[in-house]
Design a protein around this ligand. Structure first.
Ligand code: ADP
Length: 336
């Protein structure tokens, strides 16, 4: 192996730079060159690349985003796109390919493997933490920290003004950011995809919960964490629906893309560094079509295809603990 190509692809995540840095530094130890193709798979089609040396990456691990840019590429998804990317990799004498991204990017890697025979390694970079085969994905910890920060601030005003807040967090179809931020901030309620799919909440049920929490506590501050895509019309609509029914102001707050930025936490920098080095080792071991991960705090590898076909399960223990803390309806009943 003399030359590795690397891309960052799909939604950016804090810690991608740390992983990129680790790949370059680890590769350099073995005398392997690293070419960064810019803007994800698009760069493979446009031959937009930079050679990455130690000095290019030495001081980037404290920054979010990605110095080689990320993007989505429709053209790459076609058969012709896959073929073209493979031709370009060969033209640049690339011996192995590393992709930092989420499940979409790993599907892209599988697509590439239909046309290109070199080893392909995935590094999980997404704030959603929704990839099977790793306890955490790079960026998730920072996103939770950011959501926690915002929720603490929202709580201040909820308390001061006796308000109900519905805070919408990211996570795509997984409730990881939702449950962790809710737990870290003591949110009274969370609406998670994992709960919605079996027993979708109704406005009635939410109103009942809010009223009973308020009755038991004699305090109106109430913070709800809503995962994206889990309520028609999102937090804005839900706030309207609740305000129509309750006798107090209900306010939506959409955290949006702030969750994708900010200084990566120590955890994400460390995870990025471990996985970057691990990916280079996997390349050297001749592995292909696997994702580098950390499972029970040990380095692991998982077939790329499993990372999105198998579903990582959100801990029921966490859900139960968090829900058990806000079961005032039961408490109400015991009192009477
Ligand atoms: P993420 O990696 O964050 O899940 P996306 O779902 O946007 O991001 O995917 C990133 C890119 O990966 C897409 O723009 C596309 O180029 C490529 N990709 C995603 N799904 C496929 C697929 N089924 N086949 C080929 N390429 C894909």
């Amino acid at each position: 192996i003399n030359r590795i190509a690397i891309i960052t692809s799909g939604g950016d995540a804090p810690g991608m730079n740390a992983a990129l840095r680790a790949v370059v530094l680890a590769a350099e130890n073995y005398g392997i060159e690293v070419m960064g193709f810019r803007h994800g798979y698009e760069g493979l089609l446009t031959n937009d690349f930079v050679k990455l040396d130690r000095e290019d990456v030495e001081h980037i691990l404290q920054y979010s985003g990605t110095i080689i840019k990320s993007a989505r590429s429709e053209r790459f998804k076609s058969e012709e796109g896959g073929r073209e990317a493979a031709t370009n990799l060969d033209a640049h004498q690339i011996d192995a390919f590393i992709v930092i991204g989420g499940d979409g990017s790993f599907r892209g890697a599988e697509h590439l493997a239909n046309f290109w025979k070199g080893p392909i390694i995935g590094i999980p970079g997404t704030i959603d933490n929704d990839l099977f085969g790793t306890d955490n994905t790079i960026g998730y910890d920072t996103a939770v920290e950011t959501a926690m920060d915002a929720l603490d601030k929202i709580r201040d005003t909820a308390e001061a003004m006796d308000r109900v807040f519905i805070v919408e967090v990211m996570g795509r179809n997984a409730g990881y950011i939702g449950i962790s931020s809710a737990m870290a901030c003591g949110a009274e309620r969370m609406i998670l995809p994992e709960l919605q799919k079996d027993k979708p909440l109704t406005v009635d049920a939410l109103v009942k919960h809010i009223e009973s929490v308020q009755r038991v506590r004699g305090d109106s501050s109430y913070v709800m964490v809503l995962c994206e895509n889990q309520w028609p019309g999102g937090a804005v609509r839900l706030a309207e629906q609740l305000e129509d029914r309750l006798n107090l102001p209900c306010r939506p707050c959409l955290l949006g893309h702030v969750q994708r930025g900010g200084r990566p936490t120590a955890m994400d920098r460390i995870l990025g560094t471990r996985l970057g080095v691990h990916a280079v080792e996997l390349v050297r071991q001749g592995k292909t079509a696997v994702m580098a991960g950390v499972t029970a705090n040990e380095l692991s590898e998982t077939p790329l295809i499993d990372t999105w076909t198998k579903r990582k399960k959100l801990s029921e223990e966490l859900i139960n603990i968090q829900q058990s803390l806000f079961n005032p309806i039961k408490k109400d009943r015991n009192k009477s």
